[in-house]
Design a protein around this ligand. Structure first.
Ligand code: ZN
Ligand code: MN
Length: 138
């Protein structure tokens, strides 16, 4: 799950605003929302606007430098790791962590057989209680 290293050409000509946004996303492991990215980017570039952050996020999504994750029930979250990996999200505190499911290829093949789709990629999202929340409720 190494961060992207082959995107040098894409990042070399970034504006300072886009650079700040990318820096924020890559420095964090908590998959921040656009709002959280805006707050953190403001600490680097106080004059940056929310619109600029939002446009930067769209640019990064379209160029594949950042992955947008949406669980359908809250604001999209942004991930600086673009290699395939899976997520576990806490249904209590919304903590979102990375993991690798080694069986993902098998799952994808099984899903492809059942749906009769030609598979391209599969993402797994585990919903449940994170270790902190599990300790509190048990
Ligand atoms: Zn939790
Ligand atoms: Mn992730």
């Amino acid at each position: 799950m190494a961060k992207n290293t082959k995107d040098h050409e894409n990042t070399a000509k970034l504006t300072p605003q886009r650079e700040a946004v990318l820096q924020v996303i890559r420095a964090r492991e908590d998959h921040p929302t656009a709002n959280e990215i805006f707050e953190a980017a403001r600490a680097i570039l106080p004059a940056i606007s929310y619109a600029t952050v939002y446009n930067s996020l769209r640019y990064f999504r379209e160029t594949g430098l950042v992955r947008e994750i949406n669980f359908g029930d809250s604001a999209s979250r942004y991930d600086g790791i673009t290699e395939r990996h899976d997520h576990a999200i806490c249904t209590n505190c919304r903590k979102l962590v990375d993991f690798d499911c080694n069986e993902a290829d098998d799952l994808m093949r099984a899903a492809a057989r059942k749906s009769r789709f030609k598979p391209e990629r599969v993402y797994l999202t585990l919903m449940g209680l994170c270790p902190d929340c599990r300790d509190v409720t048990n």
